[in-house]
Design a protein around this ligand. Structure first.
Ligand code: 5AD
Length: 461
């Protein structure tokens, strides 16, 4: 009887909000549910269970997920056994309060308990046992030693050529604006060998490009593993991954300027698979604002890292995160940030309007900036970004860049890939080229995309 019910209650839809870490955590949950006999479906309309994997970094992200969770209760009318779960950062941040806000919620699972989701669902579904009462809701938010080692399985999508690999969890910094130390906990690293084994498995299944993930990857293992020959554990990890046959490209996100030392700069020279693209959050280009944010570096030090990377690899691409409208940021402070942003000429950037996060130091800071002024500053930086990304891409017209062919484009009959510098590329290709590194002769560019023809001489097409 329980089995019969189970067999009709096993379709799970997972919706993910926020960053790549969240994407990766969702993939782990999907993989563990599939191993337990659940099927993972593509829409809430085909599902018996919907899990929202949430983000807390800005208020808007939380509101979106809360809105969605509220809306999902309509499915309970047609299917009284329909289950709704909230996992991840907002679960951790808001906890039991979510049940008050969302009375139809069944499950709240924090960032160190993703691996418990199959057990929770099994228990709830079994306790429903046909006509029985709804199971009581489940709240699972504790810290768990070793939980960082549970994010390691992949869904193994056919033809998958890129994969994320989680190398650590948590962040020990205290940026005044940021909720992540609360939602993700203290830094915990996975052992190098486990990560290497995971990447070897991915390479064997055809993956060519690996992105190493962590909230602060430059801190990877710094308390657990020794520095060897002047190299940090993170650089040691990169060197090990460089040696894995089949892996052609390595990326990572996100490093912190404080941990970005010469060994990592030199890794860009020495490791041929490490792509010449870095996402290095600046947050502000004004020392007064950086201090108020409790970011432990100066704009001069940040500039030094950029310059040393450019000296090592002249074609280096730079991406960053900036927050506009941090409390106390004056017009002059912002102009300083904008000038630095313009001067570095970022190829890519994520620009955020400061969002008050309850319980962070910046919550109670005086001189909060009005929304319209945040909007204005946001637009100033977006315009600068457009100028620089367009100029960089236009500079590629007439040149040839290596692309990894990733698969069919969303629209039309073209294919997509990325250059090593993470330029989005669109071109004609075919299924047999997916997973191959091919030269692209670029003949047209926009700020977001380059277009051209693959150079197929000598390529098995
Ligand atoms: N408001 C706006 N942006 C924020 N970020 C983190 N916290 C906040 C906040 N309270 C941004 C930072 C970070 C990125 C992931 O999100 O720029 O690097």
């Amino acid at each position: 009887m329980a089995f019969e019910l189970f067999s009709t209650m096993n379709r799970v839809y997972i919706k993910t909000y926020g960053c790549q870490m969240n994407e990766r955590d969702s993939e782990q949950v999907a993989s563990s549910l599939r191993d337990r006999g659940y099927s993972i479906v593509d829409t809430e309309y085909d599902a018996d269970v919907v899990l929202l994997n949430t983000c807390s970094v800005r208020d808007q992200a939380e509101q979106k997920a809360i809105g969605k969770a509220g809306y999902l209760k309509k499915h309970k009318k047609d299917n009284p056994n329909f289950l709704i779960g909230v996992m991840g950062c907002m679960a951790q941040n808001r906890g039991a309060e979510l049940f008050d806000r969302l009375p139809d919620l069944d499950l709240v699972v924090g960032t160190q308990k993703f691996h418990r989701v199959p057990d929770h669902l099994d228990n709830m579904i079994q306790s429903m046992n046909g006509q029985g009462p709804r199971p009581s809701s489940v709240l699972d938010l504790g810290e768990e030693a070793g939980s960082q080692n549970t994010i390691r399985d992949h869904i193994g999508k056919k033809g998958q050529v890129q994969a994320f690999v989680s190398i650590m969890q948590g962040c020990n910094m205290n940026c005044a604006f940021c909720i992540v130390p609360k939602t993700r906990g203290r830094e915990r690293a996975r052992p190098i060998q486990e990560i290497v084994d995971e990447v070897i498995g991915l390479a064997e299944s055809g993956v060519k490009e690996i992105t190493l993930l962590g909230q602060i990857v430059t801190s990877y293992g710094r308390r657990d593993f020794p520095v060897v020959n002047g190299k940090s554990p993170f650089v040691q990890l990169l060197e090990k991954i460089e040696e894995i046959p089949g892996i052609e490209r390595i990326r990572f996100t996100s490093p912190h300027p404080r941990g970005f030392k010469q060994d990592l700069v030199e890794a860009y020279r020495d490791l041929s698979k490490l792509c010449e693209y870095v996402h290095l959050p600046l947050q502000a280009g004004c020392n007064k604002t950086l201090r108020a944010m409790n970011r432990p570096y100066t704009k001069e030090r940040y500039r030094e890292i950029v310059d040393s990377l450019r000296a090592m690899v002249p074609s280096m691409y730079f991406s960053t995160d900036i927050i506009v409208g941090f409390p106390g940021e004056t017009e002059a402070d912002f102009n300083e940030t904008a000038a630095m942003f313009d001067d570095i000429a970022f190829d890519m950037a994520y620009i955020f309007k400061y969002s008050i996060r309850t319980g962070t130091p910046a919550e109670t800071m005086p001189d909060q900036i009005p929304q319209e002024e945040k909007e204005r500053r946001n637009q100033v930086l977006l315009d600068l970004l457009h100028k620089h990304s367009l100029a960089r891409n236009e500079g590629l017209v007439g040149t040839t860049e290596q692309v990894l062919v990733e698969g069919p484009a969303k629209k039309g009959d073209k294919y997509v890939g990325h250059t090593r510098g993470w330029r989005n590329a669109i071109f004609d290709a075919n299924e047999r080229l997916v997973g191959q590194l091919v030269d692209l002769k670029i003949d047209r560019a926009t700020a977001s995309t380059v277009y051209g023809d693959l150079v197929l001489a000598g390529v098995e097409a």
